[in-house]
Design a binder for this molecule. Structure first.
Ligand SMILES: NC(=O)c1ccc[n+]([C@@H]2O[C@H](COP(=O)([O-])OP(=O)(O)OC[C@H]3O[C@@H](n4cnc5c(N)ncnc54)[C@H](O)[C@@H]3O)[C@@H](O)[C@H]2O)c1
Length: 445
């Protein structure tokens, strides 16, 4: 913790002790703390690497949002690239290496987007919130629970908004599945099982252009020992959380959301099975199982992320006694399958909740030879919601609308925290090889 962070943290701790922390419901800023913004929302980007540039591209498609500054420690490469790109779109921005300088100097900023490596999220978020800014911070909220907790408390104490970048929470296809299919139509009946995966092909480590090496003193100032570590921070224990935190957090967030609860137990197996242990400190493969207690009964869930094979990519599958829902952020995947014994879904088709299967496959094929109730090719009911925008755009729009006071955040820090507890506990379970029971109170920051 830096001197500044520590000072601020102690301030929050004192405020909490004195009962000064505001209690609010999810996604509401403390009322009256800031003026509502009716015109242009003025923003800065901290971290203009791969994801920072994805966020930037989405923001350039959202009316009423203007970049005023960009901050990145990779001056010769990502910082200049982002600055040039914004200029091309008529947004002349000031460039900074140090975010503290940026927030001290820039006047009139309303919000920042943070897309730096995970270990920077807590100090940057806390400092920006304390400086009176609203924050959109990428997942994983933090690489430590202590960091994530400080973020939740800073949002509460300052009354400024904090959206965590689990962007599926604003994706119209996921919203349709949750609100219409699962909650309203109860299409799946009693959900008993969840499966999910993110299978990724072998990837070489990230490199860097010869002429763009960062000076060692600057790297060390920002917590990196080498360029190799700077470019591949996800694999290092003190900087990131490995694939299950990086990728799994998106999907385990959906498990918690769709089941409306958090896991009670977690068991996991993980290891550095394939990559070089000198440069890959986190598990490259993790297989985890979870037990959820829901009002309808127990749900067992499985999740895997592997870094050696991309077959079937990434998706989540919710299975109940009346049907299955398969959903993915990938717009080409998403369908529901009715169990042969379940009531017809005609009503939901006529209401527009689902698209009817193509007529030639309306009958499920069961394995007649073995005479088992095994559905081999169930009719596939497609989702009716088309979503062709960049994946992150609706989540950013939700954030800017919350800043304007017209919407509530879809992923406020309390929810980000629940997901952080889930994914960080998976790593802990894989480390210990033991089943971990999570007390529900541990999900509260
Ligand atoms: N929501 C999503 O789908 C999604 C996808 C990819 C990444 N992410 C998240 O976005 C974040 C960034 O990931 P990435 O893939 O863009 O990594 P990256 O390494 O490509 O980019 C990180 C950038 O941050 C800069 N940086 C590092 N420390 C900094 C500091 N202290 N101040 C300012 N700049 C700093 C680096 O120079 C680099 O340009 C991570 O938290 C990651 O988990 C989210």
């Amino acid at each position: 913790m830096t001197h500044i962070d520590r000072r601020k943290f102690l301030g929050y701790a004192a405020a909490a002790g004195a009962g000064l922390l505001l209690t609010r419901t999810h996604g509401e800023g403390a009322p009256g703390k800031r003026e509502k913004i009716s015109g242009e929302v003025r923003i800065a980007l901290i971290g203009s690497g791969a994801q920072g540039q994805v966020l930037m591209n989405s923001c350039l498609k959202i009316p009423g949002v203007r970049f005023q500054a960009v901050c990145d420690i990779w001056e010769a490469y990502n910082l200049r690239r982002a600055q040039r790109m914004l200029e091309k779109f008529g947004q002349k921005v000031n460039a900074y290496e140090d975010y503290r300088q940026m927030i001290a100097k820039e006047k009139g900023l309303d919000a920042v987007l943070i897309a730096t490596p995970d270990f920077w999220h807590a100090p940057q978020t806390v400092d920006c919130l304390s400086a009176g800014l609203h924050v959109y911070c990428e997942k994983e909220m933090s690489n430590t629970l202590e960091g994530a907790r400080r973020m939740v408390r800073a949002a509460r104490q300052t009354g400024n908004l904090l959206q965590i970048g689990h962007q599926r929470r604003s994706n119209p296809r996921y919203l349709h599945c949750y609100r219409k299919l699962i909650r309203e139509a109860k299409l799946l009946g009693r959900i008993t099982t969840v499966n999910g995966q993110w299978n990724r092909a072998v990837q070489p480590d990230n490199t860097w252009p010869k002429g763009a090496v960062i000076d060692g003193a600057i790297l060390r100032k920002y917590g990196f020992r080498t360029m190799e570590e700077f470019r591949n921070w996800r694999w290092y224990r003190h900087l990131g959380g490995g694939p299950v935190v990086d990728l799994g957090s998106h999907q385990l967030d959906i498990y918690n959301w769709f089941l409306d609860t958090k896991p009670r137990t977690i068991v996991a197996s993980g290891g550095i099975d394939y990559y070089d242990r000198k440069t890959h400190e986190w598990f490259d493969s993790v297989l985890a199982t979870f037990e959820y207690e829901t009002p309808q009964g127990k749900v067992r869930a499985f999740y895997q992320t592997i870094s050696t094979n991309s077959n079937q990519g990434y998706s989540e599958s919710f299975m109940g006694d009346q049907g299955t829902l398969v959903i993915s952020e990938s717009a080409s995947r998403g369908a529901a399958y009715r169990e042969p014994t379940a009531p017809e879904w005609d009503r939901w088709v006529s209401l527009g909740y689902l698209k009817a299967p193509a007529s030639e496959v309306t009958k499920p094929q069961t394995d007649a030879v073995l005479d088992v109730r095994e559905t081999l090719a169930p009719p596939s009911f497609e989702l009716p919601v088309k979503f062709d925008d960049p994946y992150h755009k609706p989540h950013l729009e939700n954030f800017f609308n919350a800043v304007r006071g017209t919407e509530k955040l879809n992923c406020p820090p309390e929810i980000g925290y629940e997901t952080a507890v889930t994914v960080l506990t998976v790593n802990k379970a894989a480390e210990s090889g033991k089943k971990i029971t999570v007390d529900p109170r541990e999900f509260v920051a």
